[in-house]
Design a protein around this ligand. Structure first.
Ligand code: SAH
Length: 511
């Protein structure tokens, strides 16, 4: 053991990182690097918890977003925690909404660290003003409408004492952006009008900017306060005042996405839900994870391990899911073998996602049916398999269409369970609340077993919203039939049996 290891811990380091305005894609590369090397992450109420995916560290939230009184932990205590953790040799990321030095008290934290002799780095972030403006279609400095932009705190109450000079704000030759101003909106606009700003100056409030639940309310200084409160906007919200607001319609993009603002339940197993969730976000929707099935390794690897050295005995290896691909290929690698074991075997995949899973191992599917279901896979394989040996890498349960059909076509079929799929007992409690409050617009069902499971897991309260507030979309006729048998009514059915097809069906329904 080194003589230094006990008494002289490596000095710690603090990264004060801007988390951006909410969209988890709006973090800097440097921010992601810092998160990856952190031992401890302290994040504030505005930070999107999805950013914690960049980190393996223990993470703690330091204040609640919805608490009207603000901070749950006093600033001094946060400073002290940062200093103590750094002194114990930890690398800490202090993650703050937007930019850490814009209305974020990040500079106070930095000053406390400097005073304590703790080394630190500050990573800027995209601040709410520029992000909200861009995501609602506004250029804060449009050359025909504004020669300047001011970031202003709306925290100070202009009707009482304020250090802001509303006379100079009223004559400011550009755009005014108020942070933290929603609950004082009425007195802010009144003070501006009283100080001589024309009452018909365009104004807007953007709430939850850059998130799928972003909302923008547009009006003038005179009516924006009433419009915002009628619309019931939530924090965090930003107020933008100036002629540039008028040009919003010309450069709208985010709010025009085809599924903008829709809340969509993603029923895929957790391990496979990322692609669908990312796609939902790209289409403007808010994904809610509703896994009904859990994927896990087989109870024992014995039969798989016994089969691996024999893979080259097969003419065809058939994969009916991406999980099957991962189950077999990961085990192959873990046991010291590699894909050369496949020898001359040809590979069949049930659809594009399964083929894409093969590609990750640099394997090309020799055959993919045009319709992505077991019957279609069996039909395209039939002409090729008479007298041939076929291995099916499968789940612990599922339909038996494939082996039945292939045996009927003259093949010798062996089945190998490479993963288990189990029903989950309940949805996460946050998702249950959303379901019961009717906050979901869609639940997307991507297989017959998922449809049956959903029917089993939904409470009566959640069921009462089905068909009205919450609609069901099905990936294929087989899934629709299973849903109907379980008493669920399908509103939209995909014509292409993929997740993209499911999203398309929801988009078409809205047209
Ligand atoms: N450091 C942060 C600001 C912290 S002050 C930044 O640079 O963005 C908190 C205020 O920021 C909120 O009251 C709100 O006015 C604004 N804000 C932060 N995120 C926002 C969002 N996603 N949408 C609208 N306003 C936001």
């Amino acid at each position: 053991m080194s003589e230094f290891s006990q008494s002289n811990p490596r000095p710690g380091y603090v990264y004060l990182v801007g988390a951006g305005p909410g969209d988890p894609g709006l973090l800097t590369l440097r921010g992601a690097e810092c998160l990856a090397r952190a031992d401890l992450v302290l994040y504030d109420g505005l930070v999107n918890p999805l950013l914690l995916r960049h980190s393996h560290a223990h993470a703690e939230r330091t204040c609640r977003v919805d608490s009207p009184t603000g901070r749950a932990i006093p600033q001094e205590e946060i400073n002290q925690r940062l200093i103590e953790a750094a002194r114990s040799g930890k690398t800490i990321v202090r993650l703050k909404g937007g930019d850490p030095f814009i209305f974020g008290r990040g500079s106070e934290e930095a000053a406390a660290l400097a005073a304590a002799g703790i080394p630190f780095e500050v990573v800027p972030g995209i601040t709410a003003a520029t992000a909200a403006a861009v995501y609602t279609g506004i250029s804060l400095t449009h050359r025909e409408h504004a020669s300047a932009v001011a970031f202003i705190t709306g925290h100070e109450d202009p009707s009482k004492s304020t250090t802001l000079d509303y006379k100079s704000l009223a004559s400011f030759p550009g755009t005014l952006v108020f942070y933290m101003g929603l609950h004082r909106l009425n007195s802010i606009v009144q003070s501006l009008i009283d100080a001589g700003k024309p009452a018909n100056t365009p104004a807007c409030v953007v709430s939850r900017a850059t998130q799928p639940l972003q909302r923008t309310v547009t009006g003038t200084l005179e009516d924006i306060s009433t419009l915002a409160s009628t619309a019931g906007l939530h924090a965090p919200s930003l107020v933008i005042i100036g002629d540039c607001v008028r040009l919003r319609e010309q450069a709208r993009w985010f709010e025009s996405r085809p599924l903008f603002g829709q809340v969509i339940g993603i029923t895929r197993p957790e391990e496979q839900a990322d692609d669908a969730a990312i796609r939902a976000v790209e289409l403007g929707a808010l994904p809610v994870m509703l896994a009904t099935i859990e994927i896990s390794p087989p109870e024992s690897w014995d039969s798989v391990d016994a089969m691996l050295p024999r893979l080259n005995e097969f003419d065809w290896i058939v994969f009916s899911s991406a999980n099957g691909v991962r189950g077999l290929l990961n085990r192959l690698w873990e046991t010291g073998l590699d894909t050369r074991t496949f020898g001359q075997a040809r590979l069949a995949a049930i659809g594009p996602s399964t083929a894409a899973a093969l590609e990750k191992y640099a394997l090309r599917a020799d055959l993919i049916p045009t319709e992505f279901r077991a019957e279609a896979l069996a039909a395209v394989l039939r002409p090729h398999v008479s007298g041939q040996r076929v291995l099916w890498a499968r789940a612990s349960r599922g339909r038996d269409v494939l082996p039945t059909e292939l045996v009927d076509a003259g093949a010798t079929v062996e089945q190998l369970v490479v993963y288990q799929n189990r029903d989950v007992d309940q949805f996460p409690s946050a998702a249950v609340q959303q379901l019961e409050r009717g906050e979901l617009d869609w639940i997307a069902l991507s297989s017959p077993s998922i449809a049956r499971n959903l029917a089993r897991l939904l409470s009566d309260q959640a069921r009462s919203h089905l068909g009205t507030r919450t609609k069901l979309a099905s990936i294929s006729p087989v899934t629709t039939a299973a849903a109907q048998e379980a008493g669920l009514t399908i509103t939209a059915e995909a014509t292409e049996y993929t997740w993209e097809g499911l999203f398309q069906a929801m988009i078409n329904h809205g047209k």
